[in-house]
Design a binder for this molecule. Structure first.
Ligand code: NAD
Ligand code: TDX
Length: 375
């Protein structure tokens, strides 16, 4: 084993090169659009398998801009495939891993892909990073790459009261969350054992433009735009902390630049709401009636609440910029204006997924109890 190498600062600007895995997904593409849109010379290679959730159209704003397109290289490939990963790690200053199977409901229907991507995929990336770290120690490259593992609040499991802190035990409760926990623990072990420069982020429920319509907010917005039923799981009193996508991407960049090697950083949104309240607010913005909402059979093992303490990242100098009211209004407006984007995503195997996930649920659904007066 090579000696641990002292991490150097991650540079941005001319000559800087980031490998962004999962960069055609929701949060990864926001990160790519933000970094390239700054026009500071930074180059990005995106490695993305383009699963049902990956969408090259998410990168259209950079790919249709000549200057930005010159600094983007897109590689269609699998993070679990060492032959795809190894050549790309060679001149990367950092690897930022957004790639994952990310939807809890799909992990309940079919967990296999979650283990391959979220665990084995992370392992393959870490092995490539280890080889590059050894090259740096041998003087064959100027500095070892930094590895950022984008993880989730779901690794803490359901939190009845209080706020999860980074040192709390992990207690994931869905196949998705368990695979994400395994991936980040592996990343941590490579820091401890091999001295890799690893940092980990745990983000809250994220929402915003370009989110795949399988997730709560975009599903309900796009269904409501078509006056279709909104399938609310159980009593709808499950609570989530909502984080706007540009804030999530910005926090990952902040940790990439300033995070302490080996540390974990919670990325909270700061607005905790029961699902019913989120739905009521988006219906208000759309001018659609509550009667669209149907109470359907609950998600098995449904976590009642996630809530994190964000002090560690605040101490590192990061702040949220977009509040929930502003973010939700921007999201609803974006989906209204980008009909072609979401209609294309809701084609192909979408109907089959929708039927599997919601067919029986909607057939046995009942009217959801209307929300009380909100202050
Ligand atoms: P997403 O599902 O929108 O995008 C995932 C991307 O990864 C897609 O482009 C997909 O094609 C790609 N991908 C999947 N498997 C791959 C593989 N084997 N090799 C290469 N690429 C692959 O997900 P997202 O919502 O943007 O989430 C990004 C990351 O953030 C994930 O790691 C997720 O666990 C984490 N996260 C998401 C949220 C959220 O609310 N969306 C919250 C916290 C953390
Ligand atoms: O149809 C639905 N009806 C419903 O009531 C859907 C899709 C969701 N819900 C509920 C389940 C959750 O309580 O809404 C809440 C949010 O659900 P999702 O959008 O599926 O998100 P969640 O399960 O909380 O996980 C999300 O946040 C953490 C992301 O999908 C993960 O990738 C991330 O790690």
């Amino acid at each position: 084993m090579s000696e641990p190498t002292a991490p150097g600062p991650v540079r941005f600007g001319p000559g800087a090169h980031l490998l962004v895995t999962g960069g055609a997904g929701f949060i990864g593409s926001a990160f790519v659009r933000e970094v390239l849109g700054r026009r500071d010379g930074t180059r990005i290679t995106v490695l993305d398998k383009l699963t049902y959730a990956g969408n090259r159209a998410n990168l259209a704003p950079v790919e249709t801009d000549r200057e930005q397109a010159r600094r983007l290289r897109f590689v269609c490939g699998d993070i679990a495939d060492a032959t795809a990963v190894e050549p790309l790690a060679g001149d990367a200053d950092a690897i930022v891993n957004f790639a994952a199977e990310s939807h809890v409901d799909r992990s309940i229907l079919a967990p296999d892909a979650f283990l391959v991507t979220n665990v084995i995929g992370v392992h393959v990336l870490l092995e490539a990073c280890r080889a590059e770290t050894a090259r740096a120690a041998a003087g064959d490259r100027p500095a070892p790459p930094r590895f950022v593992q984008v993880s989730t609040d779901e690794v803490y499991g359901a939190v009845e009261a209080g706020f999860s802190r980074e040192g709390d035990p992990l207690a994931p409760r869905s196949p998705y969350a368990a695979a994400k926990a395994a991936g980040e623990l592996l990343a941590r072990s490579y820091h401890v054992t091999y001295g890799l420069d690893v940092v980990i982020t745990r983000g809250s429920n994220t929402y915003g433009p370009y989110q795949h319509p399988e997730k709560l907010i975009p599903l309900f917005v796009t269904n409501a735009l078509e006056d279709r039923s909104l399938p609310l799981y159980g009593d709808g009193m499950q609570r989530r902390d909502w984080l706007y996508v540009s804030d999530h991407a910005g926090a990952v960049e902040h940790v990439l630049r300033h995070g302490v090697a080996g540390e974990v950083y919670n990325v909270r949104g700061g607005t905790e709401l029961p699902n019913r309240e989120v739905v009521a607010r988006l219906l208000d913005l759309l001018g659609k009636p509550w009667t669209l909402v149907r109470r359907v059979e609950d998600r098995p093992g449904h976590d009642r609440r996630y809530a994190m303490d964000g002090r560690r990242l605040a101490e590192l100098g990061w702040r949220n910029r977009v509040g929930f009211e502003e973010g939700l209004a921007a999201t609803v407006a974006w989906f209204r204006q980008n009909d072609a984007w979401w209609r294309a995503v809701r084609s192909g195997d979408w109907d089959e997924y929708y039927e599997r996930q919601y067919g029986a649920r909607l057939a046995t659904s009942v009217a959801a109890e209307p929300p009380g007066e909100r202050g």
